[in-house]
Write a new protein. Structure first.
Length: 183
């Protein structure tokens, strides 16, 4: 069984990126699973709090989930042409303390995806993530190229991801990523 974890970088319940991650859990290939991890309760990073209180439980749970998974699916919105602060904050916390990076993040395969109402499909956000993820020595999966969803309102509805062609493209993307991390 190939076990992946996924994180959506939006706190909004009706987020297209959360809907994309939910669709991904439904479209996993046989022999693989995708567990959704939440960043909803992750506090803002503050080194004083880390020093005085340690790692908050919501962050510790994220670290445990990532550490034990074969790969990570990051589903990122794009805000003002860049990555969302809440997801960057979560990754900053997960990388603390620095001596945990080799155990939790280094070498971890990461697939980037994103959905946006606009026409560029989170391209700028995903490019912004490359520097961060590579700095942490994570392995950004690029074999299938980026997975962008532009004009998300046309693809998502009341029941989630309704665009049949996009569902098939997502299914193939996930199968290829599972094959990659399973090697």
């Amino acid at each position: 069984m190939v076990r992946l974890v996924g994180i959506a970088g939006s706190l909004r319940r009706g987020s297209y990126n959360r809907a994309l991650l939910r669709a991904a859990t439904e479209l996993m290939p046989p022999g693989a699973e995708l567990k959704v991890l939440s960043i909803d309760e992750v506090p803002l990073y503050n080194a004083d709090n880390e020093h005085e209180l340690g790692i908050p439980e919501p962050v510790a749970a994220l670290k445990r989930g990532i550490e034990t998974a074969a790969g990570l699916v990051l589903v990122t919105p794009e805000y003002n042409g860049g990555m969302p602060g809440v997801l960057k904050n979560a990754i900053d916390w997960i990388s603390r303390p620095p001596e945990d990076i080799p155990r939790v993040l280094r070498g971890k395969a990461v697939a980037l995806m994103g959905a946006t109402p606009g026409g560029f499909g989170t391209a700028f956000s995903q490019v912004g993530w490359l520097h961060v993820l590579r700095t942490l020595r994570m392995t950004v999966w690029v074999e299938q190229g980026p997975f962008y969803v532009s004009r998300a309102a046309e693809s998502f509805g009341e029941s989630g991801l309704e665009d049949v062609e996009l569902r098939e493209r997502l299914r193939k993307y996930l199968a290829a990523f599972v094959d990659h991390v399973g090697r």
